[in-house]
Design a binder for this molecule. Structure first.
Ligand code: MSP
Length: 524
């Protein structure tokens, strides 16, 4: 028998971007959390000691303005939004180990200490800024980047002259370029790495303004009326969440999990994570993360989701229409590795019907139905030499190693494909072996073998689906009375003992496209 489990008990740290607490996150923001969750769950089942961190980014002028409009304090505002975000994550089964808020006292104190350390090292100095500033992007913008007086994002910037602290980024530029070149997996996918090297790191990095005095809602800089630039504050969450503070000795959690294995972020913020963040870490004398993975975006009907177009899709709305696991499945299966993925109601219905209902659901119900019909609900443990051209026991044993290699490249949709394709083979196996004929011909031993092989294959499917659709996978395993859900149990094909099965229940619903679209038009 092949070695299926890797003998490891390695620590694995995965993080997501922390969501802005200016508004409810849409399905695009939440996609990233679902992706990280699938990876975290897979790694845990595969013997790693996982630390999965997410959280909320709660400072900045935008939030200060929104709170003012609502007539409440910024802290009250972010308390509401952060709670909402956490409720959404909980509702879609996100198994984070730590949820950092940038208004947490420990985080704020650490960020202040980080800033002071950089100041003491002369990485940061007090200077004067003159130029354009975009409120919506919370960044200074170069005149050369303006089109008709507007920022690339469409915002009209304002002219500002103010004292500000600057970070000497270029001091670390050569070291960073060297690191990127020597660690080909640091920036993934490859296209993002080239973008960083060829666009942003080609010329000398200008000093970065890292403080603001035009608003108050941020971490204050000691002995000054400035607050710390929101990106230094936000990026630091990856280490403050582990208990890092430059004034304190490094603790066990930090030593165990830093450097992070993967920072999962959207393609728009790869630059912050692969230029500013590594430079901050170098200045602090800390190791750099092993990988920053810039995932693509979700488009709705092939268009960018935006409030002005009115096509923003919220997770709770989609979950209400389709259910948690359908939304998770869609996000994990249909958003490709390197290019933007498209979401439409029709595509969700199609994917649900073809993969979840027709392939997986049918397989489970048909098989349990046949065990009931031909064997009075009793499963007999009989494995004979395979006569069929489809050898499910061999395929099943190879599944985990194949899936693991896709996860190693964070290619989650290919991992999911392996399972669904295996389920398709199981359905073909039923047609090829025609249990109904074996029953008529009283070929009892072969019938027992075929049904046992199918239930064992379903066990593999149920166990392997746990990272993707945790609650449905448990329903599948419950239906075939499997309680050992570990990956270790996948090293043997033939683990289930003879057992009495109940009558199957539909695990996945089939949607009628027309009815569903009508329901959506009436309710959304
Ligand atoms: N607060 C910053 C991140 C700071 S991390 C130190 C931020 N927040 S965000 O709420 O705007 O975005 C959260 C994540 O969602 C980001 O990784 C962003 O790229 C991602 N996405 C935003 N729109 C998206 C889609 N339409 N599709 C997929 N991901 C999207 O940026």
């Amino acid at each position: 028998m092949k070695e299926v489990m890797r003998v490891v008990n390695k620590n694995f740290y995965i993080s997501t971007a922390i969501a802005y607490s200016s508004q409810s996150p849409h399905i695009g923001n939440v996609y990233e959390i679902i992706l990280a969750d699938a990876i975290a769950r897979f790694k845990r089942l595969d013997g790693h000691n996982v630390y999965f961190q997410t959280g909320t980014d709660e400072h900045g002028q935008k939030i200060e303005n929104k709170a003012k409009i609502k007539g409440i304090k910024p802290k009250e505002y972010v308390d509401e939004v952060s709670t909402l975000i956490r409720t959404i994550y909980d509702s879609i089964d996100i198994s984070y180990d730590n949820f950092v808020r940038t208004t947490d006292v420990f985080h704020e104190e650490s960020v202040q200490a980080i800033f002071n350390k950089l100041l003491e090292n002369d990485d940061i100095y007090l200077g004067k800024y003159q130029g354009y500033y975009s409120i919506s992007e919370e960044a200074f913008v170069f005149e050369k980047d303006l089109v008709d007086g507007k920022c690339p994002g469409g915002d009209i910037p304002i002219w500002t002259e103010e004292e500000t602290y600057f970070f000497r980024l270029s001091k670390y530029q050569d070291r960073l370029i060297d690191y990127i070149n020597k660690n080909p997996l640091f920036i993934q996918p490859e296209s993002r790495k080239n973008e960083m090297l060829n666009n942003f790191l080609k010329d000398k990095l200008p000093d970065l303004s890292v403080s603001r005095s035009s608003f108050k809602w941020g971490v204050p800089i000691l002995n000054s009326d400035h607050v710390i630039y929101v990106w230094i504050d936000a990026l630091s969450n990856y280490i403050t969440g582990l208990g890092y503070n430059p004034n304190l000795p490094l603790n066990k959690k930090f030593k165990d999990f830093w450097p992070a294995d993967v920072h999962l972020v959207g393609k728009d913020i790869v630059r912050f994570h692969t230029i500013y963040w590594p430079i901050i870490l170098m200045a602090l004398g800390l190791e750099l993360p092993k990988q920053v993975f810039g995932h693509p975006w979700i488009l709705f009907n092939k268009e960018k989701m935006s409030k002005s177009t009115g096509n923003v899709k919220y997770t709770d709305e989609l979950v209400k229409l389709f259910g948690v696991d359908v939304v998770r499945y869609y996000c994990l299966h249909d958003i490709p590795f390197a290019q933007d993925g498209n979401l439409t109601y029709e595509l969700i219905v199609e994917r649900n019907n073809s993969d979840l209902s027709n392939t997986l659901g049918n397989l489970v119900n048909r098989t349990i139905g046949m065990v009931n019909k031909y064997q009075g609900g009793t499963l007999y443990k009989v494995l004979l030499p395979e006569l069929s051209p489809i050898n499910l026991s061999e395929e099943a044993i190879q599944l985990l190693p194949k899936i693991r290699s896709h996860f190693d490249k964070l290619n989650v949709s290919l991992a999911l494909d392996e399972i669904v394709n295996f389920a398709r083979d199981c359905n073909k196996y039923i047609d090829l072996n025609a249990p109904w004929t074996l029953y008529k011909e009283t070929n009892t031993e072969r019938l027992k073998h075929v049904l046992y092989t199918l239930i064992e294959s379903i066990r593999f499917i149920g166990i392997l689906l746990q990272p993707f659709i945790p609650s449905s996978s448990l329903k599948i395993l419950d239906a075939i009375k499997v309680s050992n859900t570990s990956f270790e149990s996948l090293s043997t094909f033939g683990l289930i003992e003879g057992v009495k099965l109940d009558i199957g229940h539909a695990i996945f619903e089939r949607f009628d496209l027309e009815k569903k679209i009508k329901e959506i038009e009436e309710n959304v």
